[in-house]
Write a new protein. Structure first.
Length: 564
């Protein structure tokens, strides 16, 4: 258990370094900003890292570690995955007499210490360091990956200038292997969903999609690009002599001790062969339905639909909005030994133990429709169709839901209400749609404010009046002229973006008797949405506003992805 408010008061006021009034002010700011008291005291210049660190370390009964005076040993730091170091505020910095020395901002976290000892297989000595000192050390450590990538590019350029690029040598081969591994490691460490390697006229650009947005990270020499492409083709079992056709493959990498599946797509563009690698890490499997960001009322609607023995649950939204993750989260609560779950997907994102998953294969004729026809003969209780793309798939899915199966699937529509006319446009009879669809989840993803560097500010509401519908503005802000909002200042944990991770904003439409009546009358989407809102549905935009008020995201994010 960490230090209590009274404990902090005893530490700082009792030391004589702080007056009680100063401590009370710092404690209030710490609560407001979601930071430890010592971090606030150091940031505003009241205490130095050394002063605050030694006092808090004494209270914990451990040594103080001044990270500025240490040279972090890479062989020690690399033993702990970067994501764990950032999440739990720690850094392994040295070996000493067969023991791993780790600096932490919360030495009372004995559970993570026990986990580390089990993971590394060595005893661990814990010390305390302040959040500020740890952040600086982590920044230096994180920058090492980029430094290594740049250094390898420079080494290759030297080989190229020396005319040794075509020579078969272990040094050159090792350089290409290391460079490729580092590209994947950087992406995995920084939670990137995709790695883009784009050939341009003079050099290739390496870009990463982090929290939904692409970021330029490094450049590589042209000759190195060709060798990296060849390396990735070999790892993905693709043809190395094919340079003018598109190829898709998959490789498995071991990063930070974890097996990570990587989906590879290579296409020829004007500058050469472009590679996009989708990193399918275990981080994506950690989500549960309860942690995706559903409001309690919306979560109850989804759980209710999942408990039905038949019918359809549909997730809608653009590509990359988290539809598949939502469907997997529903599958996780349905996945029991007495239930037969069959899926047909393109591609299979993650293997789920206990679920029978089929990969679409157009070359063998295994399409969504063909696979779905076969699945219904496999005695399924639950069927998941990766995406309803055509009339045949829609018809089979709806009929399966009508004949005693629970069907999960996704569509590309802008909101929940538009999904129903879309099914009708695909040729499905209105009475079948009305009878089969239980609930529709429309969603987007917004970036979550970084919890490490979050800070608050007073924001004028004048500019929002033109961006927010009048009823919602009145409901959430009334006659206020300003509100307190939150944003991230930028730190090493969030790559100085102010955001770390994403959360869903949702619109959950339950198909009630009144909605069914509108479907059979072929009412347009606007009428259906208006009816659903009167029956308690929350629009995506309103869900985004709730997350703004709760300090989860920013108004810019909500307007970016959910503005009408």
């Amino acid at each position: 258990m960490g230090i209590t408010a009274d404990g902090y008061k005893k530490i700082f006021v009792g030391s004589g370094l702080l007056a009680e009034k100063e401590f009370s002010r710092a404690l209030a700011m710490a609560g407001e900003q979601g930071k430890p008291v010592e971090a606030v005291l150091v940031e505003d210049g009241t205490l130095s890292n050394e002063q605050a660190g030694r006092l808090v370390a004494d209270a914990y009964g451990v040594s103080f570690v001044n990270m500025k005076r240490l040279q972090v040993a890479p062989e020690a730091a690399m033993l702990i995955p970067d994501v764990l170091m950032r999440k739990h505020g720690m850094l392994a910095y040295a070996w000493k007499d067969g023991r791993l020395e780790v600096a932490m901002t919360d030495p009372s976290n004995i559970e993570i210490v026990g986990f580390l000892e089990k993971k590394t297989g060595v005893p661990i000595d814990i010390g305390y360091t302040t959040p500020g000192l740890l952040e600086e050390a982590l920044e230096t450590f994180s920058e090492n990956l980029i430094t290594k990538i740049v250094a390898l590019s420079d080494s290759f350029e030297q080989l190229s200038k020396a005319g040794k690029i075509k020579e078969e040598s272990e040094g050159q081969e090792g350089l290409v292997v290391s460079y490729t591994d580092l590209l994947l490691q950087y992406g995995y460490t920084n939670r990137a969903s995709d790695v883009h390697i784009e050939p341009q006229e003079k050099a290739s650009v390496v870009r990463y999609r982090i929290d939904g947005l692409l970021q330029d990270v490094a450049k590589m020499p042209k000759p190195l690009h060709d060798l990296v492409v060849a390396r990735i083709k070999i790892l993905s079992n693709l043809r190395t002599d094919e340079h003018f056709g598109a190829q898709d493959g998959k490789l498995r990498a071991v990063i930070e001790g974890q097996k990570v599946d990587v989906r590879v797509s290579i296409v020829p563009i004007t500058g050469g062969e472009k590679i996009v690698m989708r990193i399918l890490s275990d981080k994506g499997r950690a989500f549960s339905l309860d942690t995706l960001g559903f409001a309690p009322s919306d979560l109850a609607r989804v759980h209710k639909a999942a408990e039905c023995p038949y019918g359809m649950i549909l997730a809608t939204g653009p590509t990359g909005s988290g539809k598949t993750t939502s469907m997997y989260a529903v599958l996780k609560i349905l996945n029991k030994r007495d239930v037969n779950i069959q899926t047909i997907e393109d591609p299979v994102e993650f293997d789920i133990e206990g679920v029978n998953q089929i990969q679409v294969n157009a070359r063998t004729g295994l399409t969504f429709a063909a696979g779905l026809r076969s699945i219904v003969h496999q005695d399924p209780d639950v069927i998941m169709v990766g995406e309803i793309r055509d009339q045949e798939t829609a018809s089979i899915a709806v009929n399966s839901a009508m004949t005693g199966h629970l069907v999960l699937s996704t569509l590309h529509t802008n909101d929940a209400a538009t999904t129903l006319p879309r099914l009708l446009d695909m040729g499905v009879e209105p009475f079948l749609v009305a009878s089969s669809v239980n609930v529709i989840i429309a969603q987007r993803l917004v970036r979550r404010i970084c919890g490490v560097c979050i800070t608050s500010l007073e924001m004028s509401l004048a500019k929002l009046k033109t961006s927010i519908p009048a009823p919602l503005y009145k409901k959430y802000f009334g006659t206020k002229k300003s509100i307190r909002t939150y944003h991230g200042k930028g730190c090493t944990v969030c790559q100085h973006t102010g955001f770390h991770g994403r959360v869903g904003i949702f619109e959950v439409m339950e198909v009630t008797d009144s909605i069914r009546e509108l479907i059979t009358r072929r009412a347009d989407a606007g009428v259906m949405k208006a009816k659903a809102l009167t029956e308690g549905m929350t629009s995506m935009f309103e869900d985004g506003l709730r997350k703004l008020v709760d300090g989860v995201t920013t108004i810019e994010e909500v307007l970016r992805v959910a503005a009408d």
